[in-house]
Design a protein. Structure first.
Ligand code: MN
Ligand code: MN
Length: 454
């Protein structure tokens, strides 16, 4: 099969580079699901979308969104066709692997104040030590106020981090397998080492608590009802001397979220109702209220039908979903020449070759995968070719090398046509992931073409 390098499609590369600047700003400023949803609402509102919970009735051409518990959202552009003819849905997840502070995180040991964490999603734990880390999240207090925590990304802020053992004393550690070199319970962040002068008991921890009290008006007990995420500090940067790539935290899956968001935001009139679904919790199985398995999206379609004056809302919502087409947009494993042995080269995703489609993901015999139908894949590739979008077809590594999942099967369960579509990433789930700017751009063009597909 002929493979095309997407860079060669462009004489003038400035549209690609310009789009990447917007993306870099987006992921640098919005590193967790709450921040992504907040900024996505800003972008949608700037493109004429209204909060669906504030409107009384809707009609063709209207643009609206619904937010779910500050961590997920669904946005729609009402099409000319009846909703029960189906939607064109772009879905991506906005959570990324990270470390979360435990409910009772703080302790003091030998002059250090430390914070205990529990990792979220699939991480190689050894990648998270001795790098600059930031704290983002919220503390919900008993009086109902919710305090935003944001430490470590402003260049004047302090950072935090996790220790690793010095090489000089690592004789035992270096004999351990990769999964055990850094144990989960050793992922504790250092928060300080200066004691509070007139404090006898745990004076360093007391001093950290005093700082938190002064800055955020929170007490130690408030950590119980908090969501504080420990993430790589610093901005996304150009990668490579040719500035062809972006190095940053959380491309998985904010890169598909941003491209899907911009595709929907910039789309005007549509035949079939366009939908954007940004969901949470994919990295831990798409579970819970804000994950893709939640009834939120289905109920949002129900709300649309209600606002359109439909009488048979819940059944018609199912019908609308059944007749829908979806791109489940999530990152793909990019072929890495340093680790070529995990890939089968004919069926790998290559950086620079455009939007990736995965007919299936899963592991051990496609287990857990939404194996998209041949007919739907044919429809999709025809749309891409008509719009001159460069795309490629890939699976996730060699047979029996490992695997992974996405939100595709969850929407497949509605009996809709779904295929995985996304952007190839290197270093997936590492604190610094890599994408090619041209793939980001092709994905954005591909998502736009999909929304307009008849
Ligand atoms: Mn993902
Ligand atoms: Mn992932």
């Amino acid at each position: 099969m002929y493979r095309k390098n997407a860079w060669k499609k462009y004489e003038d590369k400035s549209p690609i580079m310009d789009f990447a600047e917007g993306y870099k700003t987006f992921i640098s400023n919005n590193k967790n699901e709450r921040l992504v949803i907040k900024e996505s609402v800003n972008i949608l509102e700037a493109h004429g979308f209204k909060n669906g919970d504030d409107v009384k009735a809707i009609k063709e051409g209207d643009r609206l969104y619904f937010v779910n518990k500050k961590k997920a959202l669904a946005a729609f552009i009402i099409g000319k066709k009846p909703l029960t003819d189906g939607l064109r849905i772009l879905g991506a997840h906005v959570d990324s692997p990270r470390l979360d502070l435990k409910e009772n995180p703080l302790y003091e040991s030998r002059g250090f104040a430390l914070g205990d964490t529990h990792y979220y999603g699939g991480v190689k734990k050894y990648q998270w030590v001795t790098i600059p880390l930031a704290l983002h999240g919220v503390v919900a207090k008993k009086d109902g106020t919710v305090v935003d925590i944001n430490i470590g990304d402003d260049e004047n802020d302090p950072i935090v981090g996790i220790n690793d053992l010095l090489i000089h004393l690592s004789a035992d550690q270096m004999q351990k397998p990769g999964a055990k070199v850094i144990e989960g319970e050793a992922l504790d962040i250092t928060l300080g080492h200066m004691p509070l002068n007139d404090e006898e008991k745990e004076p360093v921890k007391a001093n950290v608590l005093k700082i938190l009290k002064e800055k955020y008006d929170i007490e130690e007990e408030d950590f119980v009802s908090a969501e504080i995420e420990i993430l790589p500090a610093g901005k996304a940067r150009d990668y490579g001397l040719d500035r062809s790539m972006v190095a940053g935290y959380g491309h998985d899956d904010k890169v598909c979220a941003y491209t899907s968001l911009m595709a929907v935001a910039e789309t005007k009139e549509v035949e079939y109702t366009s939908a954007l679904y940004l969901c949470d919790k994919e990295e831990i199985g798409s579970v819970g209220a804000t994950g893709a398995q939640s009834v939120f999206f289905e109920n949002s379609v129900g709300k649309l039908l209600k606002l359109l004056g439909n009488k048979n809302v819940m059944f018609d919502a199912r019908l609308a979903l059944e007749n829908s087409k979806m791109l489940s947009s999530d990152v793909s494993a990019g072929f890495d020449p340093l680790y070529a042995y995990v890939s089968e080269s004919k069926n790998s995703a290559y950086l620079g070759e455009g939007l990736v489609f995965n007919k299936y993901t899963g592991s051990r015999g496609k287990s857990g995968s939404n194996d998209s139908s041949a007919e739907y894949y044919a429809w999709v590739r025809n749309k891409m070719d008509e719009a001159n979008v460069y795309w490629q077809s890939a699976e996730l590594g060699k047979v029996d090398q490992g695997g992974g999942g996405t939100i595709a099967y969850i929407f497949g369960n509605y009996n809709m046509c779904v295929i995985d579509a996304g952007i190839p990433v290197l270093n997936m789930h590492a604190p610094m992931e890599i994408v090619s700017k041209v793939d980001v751009y092709e994905a954005y063009l591909g998502y736009k073409a999909f929304l307009l597909g008849e």
